[in-house]
Ligand binder design. Sequence first.
Ligand SMILES: [Zn+2]
Length: 678
Amino acid sequence: MEEKLTQLRQEINYHLYRYHTLDDPIISDAEYDQMMKQLRELEVQYPDLVTVDSPTQRVGAEPLESFEKVTHPLSMTSLANAFDDEEVRHWLGRVERLLPDGMTVEDLEFVVEPKIDGLAVALTYQDGILVRGATRGNGVVGENVTANVRTIKNIPLRIPVSADAPPPPTRLEVRGEIYMPIAEFNRFNQQQLDMGEKIFANPRNAAAGSLRQLDSKITANRPLALFGYAIGYVEGAEIPTQLAALEYLRQLGFPINPDITHTKDFAAVLDFIHHWMEGRDSLRYDADGAVIKLNDIKLQQLLGVAGNSPRWAIAYKFQAREATTKLLEIKCNVGRTGQVTPYANLEAVNIGGVTVRQATLHNFADLVKKDIRAGDTVIVKRAGDVIPQVVKPILELRPPDSQPYQPPTVCPDCHEPLTHFEDEVALVCINTACPAQLVRQIEYFVSRSAMNIDGFGIKIGEQLAKAGLLKNVADIYALTREQLLKVEGFGDKKADKLLAAIENSKSQPLEKVLTALGIHDVGSAIATLITHEFSSVEALQKATHDDLEKVEGIGPHIADSIVAWFSHLPNQQLIEKLRQAGLTLAVVGLTTAKNKESLPLAKLIFVITGTLPTWSREQAKAFIEQHGGKVTETVSKKTNYLLAGEKAGSKLSKAQSLGIPIIDESKLQEIVAGKLGN
Ligand SMILES: [Zn+2]
């Protein structure tokens, strides 16, 4: 029985290794569960035969009163830091002076490793069995966290893990970093937030907090992982280089960071580091720097330690991405569609060489859950090109008189009540006359996908709004030549051109007008859907929530949003103004569902390919649909016409092989005009 149990454990440990370390499982989860179940049942039957390396021991043990202190047989030194290339070159200069006679920098080999932002541990294996896991502590004395370490899935409980590996050394101390992968960290933190539990500022804190739990059952539920990076000592094996050490650990079944590189060229060392520094957001773990080590272990021993740090290695620290500072006040910003979002004004703080004074607070739900308050000392993160964000408050530093933050009930700019759409985190100001939204609304209203007013840029929008000429988007149609001429930068020509473009936009079809209104969640695709069912703004205004939801593609949110928009009095007034201005507020050319069949392209299916001479794909599609036709993506027997432009590819050959008529833009227009039969 003992033999059978040993074999079963070994198999399970091997499959765990395939899954967690190699990321390459060879059995299904169900098969794995079945094996675990069998092992558990046997261990219940034969409790005397349970061993410390059994995978059943990974669930955690009885909670401890406190951690036992552990003196490291070989102290865990910390690395000296460098903060730029210059300091690394200085380090190399110091190394050079200590090299034995006849040896030069040219003879050196370097191993470069990303510096994982986690918690350093020493894992001791006696005859292949994990007997102790200890934190670094102060380098000399650490804490015994063996029970916790056993719960981490990619740490082998017995080595070697696979059959074709070298035999286990009699005694081995593996050094590594316990960390929480970024994706797991984000998931875990969100889960904590949703449950109203404490969140962690970064993956390092989460890893440390999870590993140093007196109850190892808690650790067992945290997504921790290990990267082995060095051998503390080994009895029963000869390891000449750092690279050989990593390879040996890998063979025994330890996870080794695949990004580690090796070179003789010092310039390449710096290249690697810069590469990681720039790409640190694409790594699946948090790296706060890179470590350069001399590869030759004899040389390492020769150079020895200075103070607390080895002379043969150096850590190149990346710029910090987090800082703590005081949150002065919480403010709100109103976007184009009226979405109100919170942000923080901060006491100026330098993060990685950039002064940060403002940071996003994402949304009100997050803000309330995290209980961030004005006056709090907060952790601010600035990563890559992303807007700085407030991560969390430091509760210990909260002033005694602080008050919880209350999300606004009215718009900070126009003071109209805010709307909270169900299932959405955002608060929205639905008042079109809201000044904060005005400039952004104008910008959107005149844009190509909406009213397409040529030559009407953001700057003109700002100028006209500032001059008080525009109080809402309908005022665009009341602009006069005299008014424009008074605005800076406007001459006769420019004013006439703009007025002509404005006049022109009145013929934009209904779906463009609907898009231009900027109703929350109603973009051009939804606007087009709407016009298929409701042939005028009037009809849409009368539509109930239920009427709207019946339209395919329109869900409850959008229906809510449309009803709310039209029920708002200033919006109704806006529609009236647009009507008086002469905009197209009804479908022209009768394209509603009922009379679609009488249209020239009714029941015809088109596929578009290549570059058309004057239309964009979108315009061609709109033209076809307006005249009752349908546009699909792929050529099939059902396709009636292929509308082809220049550089047509596989769709053209497919259509040719199926004998489908191929037409160009002008032919299409002729078909619509009735000059050609179907
Ligand atoms: Zn407002």
